[in-house]
Design a protein around this ligand. Structure first.
Ligand SMILES: Cc1cc2nc3c(=O)[nH]c(=O)nc-3n(C[C@H](O)[C@H](O)[C@H](O)COP(=O)(O)OP(=O)(O)OC[C@H]3O[C@@H](n4cnc5c(N)ncnc54)[C@H](O)[C@@H]3O)c2cc1C
Ligand SMILES: *[C@@H]1O[C@H](CO)[C@@H](O)[C@H](O)[C@H]1NC(C)=O
Ligand SMILES: *[C@@H]1O[C@H](CO)[C@@H](O)[C@H](O)[C@H]1NC(C)=O
Length: 390
């Protein structure tokens, strides 16, 4: 029997989980996983990785994808390093530009879209400096991270745009890195929040705890001011003027935006996207066609229109997508569904010694944040996520 071709676009939390699940349970499947980087990036620890080069070793946060699939039949799995550039739903094929060699076209019986999201700091679109909070579109993560680390270590006036979890974690790590390198007082760090609070999505007591911890670390906290522009004089790319709503201006030699995520959707047919560019899926994680027909296409993780874009939510979605994909292939009927729910689970370290967050209705004590996440940013979970065991 010819194998069943399953093509998965994106090798991160969602795509990796689905690849393993199919390989484990569908003996005649052939899985091709397309991803530009040959390693999986534990981006959860990015705020510490980019600010404290010695906190972790690269092999702890950049893990070779291929190694995690060595246990399957060699002809059942292929990692194709490259990017998907188009999907032809009529022909059931995906166009791919591999990192090496000529563009090619892959046929699929089933397709999984797990291309996730990116951030403007990652692409460097605003300032020309990439601070890689996510995987890039190339096989260059190690160099990107090194150059971000150097850039940050050399900066004297740093402005962080946005005071959500990434901005707050980053500010805390930066302040600590400055202190640890003996540069206290020589580097200024400012975090700018568009709203009245930092961490505005959490309970007020979490917001005030974060603000207090940041101020103890000498981070300047500017609230109720949106960043409306970031400019550099044409003749000097090392000084930036960050303009705030209301007319204030901050000068910076490094500006790091931390708000907003954008979908990696350039290759996805417009009919599958909602108005903000996310892939519309039903609660079975099936991509929705415009004419109501059932497509052999699933999606999971940040790329879908489920609004909680968190790694453990990507994994939960992957569980559901994988179960339904397998049921579609082998003819089972045990359909699973996903509902992101309304509970807020967020742990936000502010440096190594503490932090805040929200677990359901409860704001954890600072020492709990240290124990749960502040010490290691869950880095020891990276291998499990890559192995599809999360
Ligand atoms: C700094 C930071 C810290 C975070 N911390 C936490 C945290 O503490 N807890 C938490 O739950 N969540 C956290 N998140 C969110 C978490 O990173 C995401 O929810 C998670 O990465 C989503 O996983 P995913 O598999 O859907 O997609 P992504 O991780 O976005 O991966 C998508 C993959 O698809 C690849 N890809 C994209 N386009 C193509 C293409 N055309 N062809 C081939 N491959 C493609 C990309 O290269 C990438 O490897 C954090 C995010 C950031 C930015
Ligand atoms: C994700 O999209 C951004 C642009 O929105 C792009 O710069 C980046 O290369 C994409 N990543 C991948 C892996 O394709
Ligand atoms: C995603 O889009 C689909 C199709 O429009 C819709 O049925 C579904 O409710 C949306 N999901 C969420 C979480 O809004």
């Amino acid at each position: 029997m010819a194998p069943i071709d399953v093509v998965i676009i994106g090798g991160s939390f969602a795509g990796l989980h689905i690849a393993h699940s199919v390989l484990r349970d569908v003996p005649d499947a052939k899985v091709v996983l397309i991803n530009p980087s040959t390693s999986f990036y534990w981006n959860i620890a990015a705020p510490r990785i980019v600010t404290k080069p010695k906190a972790f070793r690269p092999e702890q946060y950049l893990l070779p994808i291929k190694d995690a699939f060595a246990g399957y039949r060699p002809d059942a799995f292929e990692l194709l390093p490259g990017v998907a550039t188009a999907i032809d739903t009529a022909a059931k094929s995906v166009s791919v530009t591999p990192n090496e060699g000529e563009p090619k076209t892959l046929s699929y019986d089933y397709l999984v879209i797990a291309s996730g999201s990116t951030t403007s700091a990652t692409t460097g679109s605003l300032t020309g400096t990439s601070i890689p909070f996510k995987q890039s579109g190339h096989n260059d993560m190690e160099q990107l991270i090194e150059s971000a680390q150097e850039h940050i270590a050399g900066a004297k006036e740093i402005v962080i745009g946005g005071a959500g979890p990434i901005g707050v974690e980053l500010a805390g790590e930066l302040a600590e890195a400055v202190e640890q390198s003996g540069n206290a007082g020589k580097v200024s760090i400012t975090i700018v929040s568009a709203t009245e609070h930092v961490l505005p999505m959490l309970k007020p007591s979490a917001s005030s705890a974060a603000r207090k911890l940041l101020e103890q670390k000498k981070v300047k906290v500017v609230t109720s001011k949106r960043v409306i522009g970031v400019e550099t004089p044409a003749d000097d790319s090392s000084t930036w003027t960050v303009s705030l709503e209301g007319g204030d201006k901050l000068s910076a030699d490094l500006y790091i935006p931390t708000t907003g995520v954008t979908p990696n959707n350039s290759f996805i047919p417009a009919q599958f996207l909602d108005k903000d560019g996310w892939v519309t899926v039903n609660n079975e994680m099936r991509v929705q066609s415009t004419d109501g027909s059932t497509l052999p296409i699933f999606a999971a993780g940040d790329i879908t229109n489920n609004s909680m874009r968190l790694s453990f939510k990507a994994t939960e979605q992957a569980h559901v997508a994988a179960a339904n994909l397998k049921a579609a292939i082998v003819g089972g009927t045990a359909i699973k569904t996903y509902d992101q729910g309304e509970n807020i689970i967020m742990i936000v370290p502010v440096g190594e010694s503490g932090g805040t967050g929200q677990l359901f209705g409860f704001v954890p004590f600072s020492f709990m944040v240290k124990m749960l996440k502040g010490k290691h940013f869950f880095i020891d979970k990276a291998a499990g996520a890559l192995a599809g065991k999360a």
